[in-house]
Design a protein around this ligand. Structure first.
Ligand code: S3P
Length: 428
């Protein structure tokens, strides 16, 4: 990096990917005509939209991120066999598996090389307990799901995963009796909030067994849906502003649903200079503007336990924050990082080792030694993992030598606007 490069200015963060998937799925399930405002245009969300198009959803864009959807002809073709391409999207695959398990058709779910390596046992097992008929390639894609009537379960999820929880809730949406999912640590609750917003029979709470979410058969009300900005996308700018000298950035419309704000807990531990303002609620989701300023003395931090699901997608970029902290930062209880778009424990640690940064791999996390100077010509691999690609781009802004990123294009899976927004903030 040219030592004078800094980030200055204001950006509006694009819509949340998780909520965008859910707006299409639940919007379609209203079987009505609604407007979706501020839908993400990333490839993962387009995968979900295209699948619903195959199933009879009609839509027209009124501007780049606003569209009208018409679901009145949804699921009209019964007893068909469809092949659906889920692309790189685990959320598409896992959520729709729950929904398709009780429809009057057979679905074959396929995906790209990275998605085809990811574990599906976590959804196949509970769905089979509900009576679903699913074939898989040794618990991986392709999945063949023959829709049929399901029975309810009370499922105690062994992992805090919103994809698993939402899959079961989508399966339970077709059953008269109550289906319950328990989690020890609470994962993101966008499914529950959107179901509640659309007047479904959903409830949530906490008892001796942990956090529970319950659903039973519901007719969803056709209401317009507006999507807040994605804190997982904002995270790249938040960390970049904190670690690049003389930076000061305002990020507008960032979703601050408490199940997603683990990064702010880490910022508090690390004593990052930030503030939150303009808080409001949009379609049951909290949102705000966030200002982050360069922080000279960054404290080391620890990520573990119930913090992990609240920042699971931010761990790649928080690992870069750790390289600049004044001491050793530790990430543990995060074994599921190995099942993301890449094995993020291995890929992250290996990348830092290439840069001579002290990093140590554990079964369920890693350790990073801070105050590391990044000053080496390096080539980094993305392995089709968009969050690695964006982390390495921020790293390249700190590296005094050249950083080459192989496969950077995969940023389009979650955040096609990333580079334009970053370039807008860079001041030399
Ligand atoms: C997501 C849940 C998380 C997250 C993923 C999106 C969702 O996965 O990593 O990017 O939209 O439900 P897990 O539920 O598997 O942790």
């Amino acid at each position: 990096m040219d030592n004078k490069t800094k980030l200055k200015g204001e950006i509006t963060i694009p819509p949340d990917k998780s909520i965008s998937h859910r707006s299409i799925i639940f919007g379609a399930l209203t079987k009505g005509k609604i407007k979706i405002k501020n839908l993400s245009v990333c490839e993962d969300v387009i995968s979900t939209l295209n699948i619903f198009k195959q199933l009879g959803l009609k839509f027209e864009y009124t501007s780049q991120r606003n569209l009208n959807i018409d679901a009145t002809a949804l699921f009209k073709n019964k007893n068909e066999e469809y092949t659906f391409d889920c692309g790189n999207s685990g959320t598409t695959t896992r959520l729709l598996s729950g929904l398709f398990s009780w429809q009057d058709f057979t679905s074959v779910l396929t995906g790209d090389e990275s998605l085809s390596k990811r574990p599906m046992k976590r959804i196949i097992e509970p769905l089979r307990l509900m009576g679903a008929e699913i074939d898989s390639n040794d618990y991986k894609l392709p999945l063949k799901i023959k829709g049929r009537e399901l029975n309810t379960i009370e499922y105690h999820s062994p992992i805090a995963s919103a994809q698993v929880k939402s899959c079961i809730l989508l399966a339970g949406l077709g059953i008269d009796d109550i289906t319950t999912v328990y989690e020890k640590n609470l994962s993101r609750n966008h499914t529950e909030l959107m179901l509640e917003y659309l007047d479904a029979n959903v409830s949530t709470g906490k008892d001796n067994n942990g956090y529970f979410s319950q659903i039973k058969k519901s007719q969803l009300m056709p209401k317009d849906i507006e999507i807040t900005g994605d804190i997982s996308s904002a995270a790249f700018f938040m960390v970049a502003a904190a670690i690049i000298p003389n930076s000061s950035v305002v990020i507008k419309n960032v979703g601050i649903n408490p199940t997603r704000t683990g990064i702010l807990d880490v910022f508090n531990q690390a004593k990052i200079d930030y503030k939150i303002f303009n808080e409001k609620t949009v379609c049951s989701e909290a949102t705000a503007d966030i200002e982050v300023n360069y922080t000279e003395n960054i404290k080391p931090f620890e990520i573990k336990g119930d913090l992990v699901p609240r920042l699971i997608d931010e761990i790649p970029i928080l690992s870069l924050l750790a390289t600049q902290a004044d001491g050793i930062s530790i990430i543990k209880d995060a074994k599921d990082l190995r099942n993301k778009e890449s094995d993020r424990i291995k890929t992250i640690v290996n990348a830092y080792k290439k840069l001579n940064i002290e990093a140590k791999e554990y079964d369920d996390g890693f350790l990073i030694e801070g105050k590391s100077e990044i000053n080496k010509d390096v080539t980094l691999e993305t392995y089709l993992d968009h969050r690695l690609a964006m982390t390495y781009h921020v790293l390249s802004l700190l590296n005094k030598k050249e950083t080459k990123i192989n496969g950077f294009e995969c940023v389009n899976t979650s955040f096609p606007e990333f580079l334009d927004l970053m370039n807008k903030l860079i001041v030399k």
